[in-house]
Design a protein around this ligand. Structure first.
Ligand code: NZQ
Ligand code: ZN
Length: 389
């Protein structure tokens, strides 16, 4: 049965090749002091930085920059950004980049006026902000996380060897996001594919739970089919606008709070992947790809009907003459074939994990109870060992 829920997503989206033209109007809604947040330099190389600065100048903004937000942004970098935001009395944060830049900007936005240690408050105690939040807007350059239309913010603490996400509420979600698929075309193929798998797994995390006849699951199947189709085109021709735009739009819908409405969700692949990330600093989507097949093969018997449905509805495998068990296994084999076809990393060793990290990674894995099987620590170790390759 579809559970009771409230649905409200406050982020306004501008999608398409001309979407940057809306930035000027949006900036008019906020104060003069803008904190411009971006990553390690891709926006300088592809010219987007110059375009953004020109708009900010035209709008008469005082611009202060926080460059160098790294993939898997850290708690140390958060402290640095908060100090810069306080120094310039930021009225508005403009995030220009991928999920890391968007996530980081949200973390800064709730920390500037917070008297507590943000890492402890938001990422250890999972408290909600009780201070003024600086509004955030995004110009997205990478499709994957859904951070452009959700309240998620994932921060890594290298000292504690933890990578933790907090899903904040409506007030922290971006006020607007500008999504131009052309901006994603300068992504290295490795990042494009990691993003594609991140999208796919966001859908899986919300699909592999519950056994009800649920509209969300039908939406999820459609999103997965579209993504598989477009990914195959984009891998062959990264400049295919139709494929890249479908991937970008699917990424937003995969994790913008819609498909989880009224149902339980799993998120254990992400818990495993984040713990791997805390130890290896590997690319998020690849950490998910490396643990997924051992995880899903392990929990499959506990959710056999859904895995059979996945095989039939997402991978188009005929139900005729097949038991649920056969179907379920063939579905995961089809998924494995697609993962290899698009060039995902499917083992942890390639990502820099070593056997002596397994205990620590297992300890850093948060155990959630929304999926088909609540894992214990021994099972987590078993899955991690099977993921080493
Ligand atoms: O830093 P720059 O130079 O910009 O380079 C980035 C970075 O090296 C590069 N890149 C991005 N757009 C580009 C580009 N290079 C060329 N052209 C472009 N157009 O790509 C690299 C990766 O970028 P990053 O932002 O780290 O990737 P992604 O979007 O996958 O974000 C990953 C972070 O988001 C978190 C992850 O854990 C990770 O920390 N997540 C956030 C979620 C959320 N908010 O809901 C959910 C996700 O599950 C995820 O956990
Ligand atoms: Zn993810």
């Amino acid at each position: 049965m579809l559970g009771n829920f409230t649905y409200h997503n406050p982020t306004k989206l501008y999608f398409g090749e001309d979407s940057l033209k809306y930035l000027r109007d949006e900036l008019g809604n906020y104060g003069k002091n803008v904190l411009l947040v971006y990553g390690g330099g891709s926006i300088r190389k592809n010219g987007l930085y110059d375009e953004i600065i020109a708009v900010l100048k035209e709008c008469g903004k005082n611009v202060t920059e926080v460059p160098g937000v790294m993939p898997n942004p850290t708690s140390d970098k958060l402290i640095e950004g908060v100090a810069v935001a306080r120094g310039c009395k930021a009225d508005f944060i403009l995030a220009v980049g991928g999920g890391s830049v968007c996530d980081y900007s949200k973390a800064v936005s709730v920390s500037v006026n917070c008297n507590d240690d943000p890492w402890e408050k938001y990422f250890i105690r999972f408290e909600e902000p009780d201070c003024e939040i600086i509004p955030v807007g995004c110009v997205l350059t990478m499709a994957g996380t859904g951070s452009e239309m959700n309240g998620g913010s994932v921060i890594t603490n290298h000292e504690k060897k933890l990578k933790i996400g907090h899903v904040f509420g409506d007030d922290v979600m971006p006020k607007f996001s500008i999504l131009n698929p052309r901006y994603t075309m300068t992504l290295p193929k490795y990042q494009m594919c990691a993003g594609i798998y991140d999208i796919f797994n966001h859908i899986c995390e919300q699909y592999f739970s519950g056994e009800d006849d649920n509209t969300s699951d039908y939406i999820s199947e459609g999103l997965m089919r579209s993504l598989i189709h477009s990914s195959r085109i984009a891998v062959k021709d990264p400049q295919d606008y139709e494929a890249r735009s479908n991937i970008m739009w699917t990424a937003t819908w995969a994790l913008n709070t819609l498909v989880s409405r009224g149902k339980t969700t799993d998120w254990m692949v992400h818990m495993l992947g984040q713990a791997v990330g805390a130890y290896t600093d590997a690319t998020h989507g690849m950490t998910l790809a490396a643990v997924s097949l051992p995880y899903y093969r392990y929990i499959m018997p506990y959710g056999i009907k859904k895995f059979a449905r996945f095989a039939a509805e997402v991978w188009g495998i005929s139900r005729d003459g097949r038991s649920d068990e056969q179907l379920a296994e063939e579905g995961l084999s089809a998924m494995e074939g697609w993962m290899k076809e698009i060039g995902l990393v499917t083992d942890l060793k390639t990502l820099g994990a070593t056997e002596d990290m397994i205990d620590g990674i297992a300890d850093a894995t948060l155990i959630l109870d929304g999926g088909y099987k609540v894992l214990d620590r021994d099972e987590i170790v078993k899955i991690l060992k099977a993921s080493m390759g």
